[in-house]
Design a protein around this ligand. Structure first.
Ligand SMILES: Nc1ncnc2c1ncn2[C@@H]1O[C@H](COP(=O)(O)OP(=O)(O)OP(=O)(O)O)[C@@H](O)[C@H]1O
Ligand SMILES: [Mg+2]
Length: 344
């Protein structure tokens, strides 16, 4: 099994700094999710790892091989995109077989009429058919092998794209928002399937998503990216409970973390609205970040006004289940709640 090692990779497009000395390791068999706002450089990094975009600086290894100078076809990485990029005129079976045919058959053998005259072709084709069936079965596609992509649902098409990626046993998987075309229910199901495939195949996986809950639930580690830089790479629990950067704290978590301006006095005691919070900090202005689910309404808490209250149903229970977040807070709200209820 092979890991991916990205070292100080930079990439500019004119005056746009898409990647600024990005370093990231994905260990053999590890699943790392890359999250960050639109335009922060996620796809650029994926394209550079895949070999379909070049870096201005930095290096890249897969296993012990430095692949920086290798073409995409020589890197043995599989990439799954948001738009499945299936060939519409080929059947499911033929679509899954494409990467194997490209690797195992010569240009002549791939030709429809002349190819059949080449010696040994039928054995090669039989071996490809066996591998295609195995990949299709592992994704529950065996009943759909003769259909064309136009006759499939979005989820089925995405599974074909996944089957086509796993069929050639790549050293690494790169997935760029592979589920964003699917509806919510299908997304959750396919998410589970991707995690199962990853466990089974065991290849290092770099997975780009906008959806932080996807990142937190699927990945061994989460890399949070902003403006071409990786701010933090940690376990989902550490990213949520112990963000190292205020930008990570505000990006991860829904509803967003509350930021409160306060001050620490000469003795280092932090006061909010003139009341002691029980927290300690270096004297001077401080920002206190509190996850919404950690705020409680208490009769003698710190007086404040709730401007927005979101009913988040199960999501809220889920968030509590993985709490406590930040440090447990002993102060709470005075019940002066002029809340606007937003039901999702
Ligand atoms: N070929 C290109 N030419 C010029 N600018 C580009 C090119 N490709 C990407 N960029 C710019 O580089 C930055 C990073 O783009 P990238 O596609 O990597 O973002 P992203 O994080 O994948 O965003 P999204 O979440 O919207 O997919 C953006 O500002 C984008 O406009
Ligand atoms: Mg992108």
């Amino acid at each position: 099994m092979q890991g991916i090692s990205i070292r100080s990779v930079s990439r500019h497009f004119g005056s746009v700094r898409a990647l600024d000395k990005v370093s990231l390791d994905v260990a053999a068999g590890e699943f790392v999710a890359l999250v960050g706002p639109s335009g922060c450089g996620k796809s650029t990094l994926m394209r550079i790892v895949a070999g379909i975009e070049s870096a201005d600086a930095g290096s890249l290894s897969i296993g012990s091989r430095d692949v920086s100078a290798l073409r995409a076809a020589e890197r043995n990485v599989a990439m799954v995109f948001q738009n499945y990029a299936l060939y519409p005129h080929l059947t499911v079976s033929e679509n899954i077989a494409v990467p194997l045919a490209m690797r195992r058959l010569s240009a002549l053998e791939r030709l429809p009429l002349i190819g059949h005259m080449m010696p040994g072709l039928s054995q090669k084709r039989a071996a490809i058919a066996t591998d295609v069936l195995q990949a299709a079965q592992s994704l529950g596609l065996d009943a759909l092998l003769d259909r064309k992509p136009g006759q499939l649902s979005g989820g089925q098409r995405q599974r074909v794209a996944l089957a086509r990626a796993i069929v050639r046993h790549p050293d690494a998987f790169l997935m760029d928002e592979p589920l964003s075309n699917l509806d919510a229910a299908l997304r959750v199901q396919t998410r589970r399937e991707i995690v199962e495939i990853h466990r089974r195949v065991g290849a290092a996986t770099l997975y780009v998503t906008h959806d932080q809950s996807e990142a937190l639930t699927m990945a061994d580690r989460v890399a949070v990216m902003q403006a071409g830089q990786i701010l933090q790479v940690s376990s989902p629990e550490a990213i949520y409970h112990d963000p190292q950067d205020i930008r990570v704290a505000t990006f991860i978590g829904s509803p967003r973390i509350n930021l409160i301006s306060a001050a620490a006095n000469a003795a280092g005691h932090v006061h909010i609205a003139g009341k002691s919070s029980g927290l300690q900090a270096t004297p001077g202005p401080v920002t206190i970040a509190i996850r919404p689910e950690n705020l409680r309404i208490e009769s003698n808490g710190i007086p404040c006004v709730a401007k927005v209250s979101n009913f988040s149903g199960k999501a809220c229970c889920f968030m509590r289940a993985i709490a406590p977040v930040m440090k447990p807070l002993s102060y709470g709200f005075r019940q002066k709640c002029r809340a606007r209820m937003t039901v999702r």
